[in-house]
Design a protein around this ligand. Structure first.
Ligand SMILES: *Cc1c(COP(=O)(O)O)cnc(C)c1O
Length: 502
């Protein structure tokens, strides 16, 4: 391990696995060959054979295990600490769901098996769809989309198919200025012009501004409610009336449904399409880089446009129904990420209706607890009861002490806490968007409060120390844009820097 302070400011350098390699060392030893040995070129054409061996590493098993465990400990994860990332629900998920998803009876299924041999799996898909429709207040749902943004795209394609079917040519999707970035990106990707509607001083959609921009070119509105300020838009019925009044549809971004489970249903708010992030709300970790699932649920008159197949029940049991008259077609192979749906099923069944309500009650309680404890120390631009998250502003610290939200985020790392979402939503200066989630204890919330108060105090008394943070993490301040735009992902033996892309 070496100290490096220039450039990327690495403080700890764990050797690469390649650098641990020693010729002849082995992790496993295979038994003697028990089939006749044939010359390689009898099996593989000579021109396809490599000239040199593949350079397989020589690392003992124990060193491999230590290496990767060490690397995993250099990262912050929801299993190692508090992770209050707003608008992205990084919560703990019960590990029992992972066991359920790995049951061999499910995990070893093949998607081409005849329906008659997979009745249990089909029943599970069908029932999960029913639960999600009940939670959303919708008629039917597709489980195909593989992520939230993918659900959005499928939903906007449904909006297009619906209008085209009615012989209407509409080209505008309206999106509030507080929207999650995927919303305008999705609308643009689906070929729509996006028009932004501003928020009012309470953080809700400015209804009069909305009224002024709608016309018969509006295909739909995309809205998150509660929005990314963590604010529930109480004018939602009026908003729905305005959009429906010009023939548009309402799309509900339900990525963070843990704010409303069992308390309010997008269908009852007047929405026509809803997506859920199963990998935020329903039992699959978000942000682990693994598979996700973004089902969309729709009102009755949009059902014929859903991606085929749906899982239906007939006289001979459950079957994959491809007979949707106006289907936009399939948006993903087979029935989507089955394992993720399976975890959502286990999560919903193990909580039950009352348990899901408790999830939302706790998520909202925890957020309000933090908000009220911190608003004496940081500006709170929209000071009203929040839902699952809230947005502070670091503008006071910046103006008075030159300490930015970026400094505050980095300082939290030294307390073993992942920073909240920062500089988003865009409508809040120096934003700190905090979502504690329902799975954290009072003690953890209090630790976070203490850390935030200490940082506010440090900003007043010793602002320089915050420009230096983090001090105690494996790496210090990284060049985040270079890490994203010019990552070095190849390794080459020393002296061969060209091959490493350096
Ligand atoms: C996470 C999120 C999305 C996108 O979900 P992905 O699965 O990351 O594509 C969309 N909207 C909101 C409000 C979100 O929080």
């Amino acid at each position: 391990m070496s100290e490096e302070r220039e450039g990327m400011q690495l403080t700890v350098k764990e050797p690469l696995i390649f650098e641990l390699s020693s010729p002849g060392r082995r992790g496993v030893r295979l038994g003697p060959l028990d089939v006749p040995e044939e010359p390689l070129d009898a099996l593989i054409p000579a021109e396809a054979l490599r000239d040199e061996g593949p350079g397989i590493l020589g690392v003992a098993e124990v060193d491999v295990v230590r290496h990767f465990v060490k690397l995993s400990q250099m990262n912050h994860g929801v299993d190692t600490g508090f992770y209050p990332l707003g608008s992205c629900t990084m919560k703990y998920n019960p590990k029992v769901n992972e066991n359920v998803a790995r049951l061999p009876g499910f995990a070893n299924l093949h998607p081409y098996q005849p329906d008659a041999t997979v009745q249990g799996a089909l029943q599970l898909l069908h029932e999960t769809e029913e639960y999600l429709c009940e939670i959303a207040g919708m008629e039917r749902a597709t489980l195909q989309p593989a992520a939230g943004a993918h659900g959005e795209l499928a939903g906007i394609m449904l909006i297009r198919a619906y209008h085209e079917d009615r012989g209407e040519d509409r080209d505008v999707i309206i999106i509030p200025d507080s929207a999650h970035g995927t919303n305008p990106a999705t609308a643009a990707m689906a070929g729509y012009r996006t028009v932004e509607v501003p928020s009012d001083e309470r953080g809700s959609v400015d209804v009069e501004a909305l009224r002024a921009i709608v016309d018969e070119n509006v295909a739909g509105l995309m809205l998150t409610n509660p929005n990314t300020l963590g604010v529930f838009d109480q004018n939602i019925l009026e908003i729905a009336e305005i959009i429906h009044g010009v023939g548009g549809l309402l799309y509900y971004d339900g990525a963070n449904a843990n704010a409303i489970l069992g308390y309010s249903r997008p269908g009852d708010m007047g929405f026509d399409i809803v997506h859920f992030n199963l990998h935020k709300t329903f039992g699959t970790p978000h942000g682990g880089g693994g598979p996700g699932s973004g089902p969309i649920a729709v009102v009755p008159h949009l059902v014929p446009f859903l991606p085929a197949p749906l899982v239906d029940r007939g006289e001979d049991g459950y079957f994959l129904n491809y007979d949707l008259s106006k289907s936009i077609g399939q948006v993903r192979a087979f029935t989507g990420n089955f394992g993720v749906v399976l975890k959502a099923y286990a999560y919903i069944r193990s909580h039950g209706a009352d348990g899901l309500k408790a999830v939302s009650a706790d998520a909202v309680l925890n957020a309000n607890y933090l908000m009220n404890a911190l608003k004496a120390y940081y500006d709170l631009p929209f000071d009203r009861t929040c839902m699952h998250e809230f947005v502070l502003s670091g503008r006071k610290q910046k103006r008075e002490h030159g300490v930015t939200t970026f400094d505050i985020a980095k300082a939290l790392l030294d307390y073993g806490i992942h920073p909240p979402t920062v500089y988003f939503p865009l409508i809040v200066e120096e934003a700190l968007m905090i979502e504690p989630t329902e799975t954290e204890s009072r003690e953890t919330l209090d630790e976070f409060i203490d850390a935030m108060i200490q940082i506010a105090t440090d900003a007043e008394e010793d602002p320089e120390s915050l420009h230096e943070a983090p001090l105690y993490t494996p790496v210090r301040r990284l060049d985040e844009s270079a890490a994203a735009r010019a990552p070095v992902v190849c390794w080459a033996p020393r002296g061969d820097a060209d091959a490493a892309g350096e």
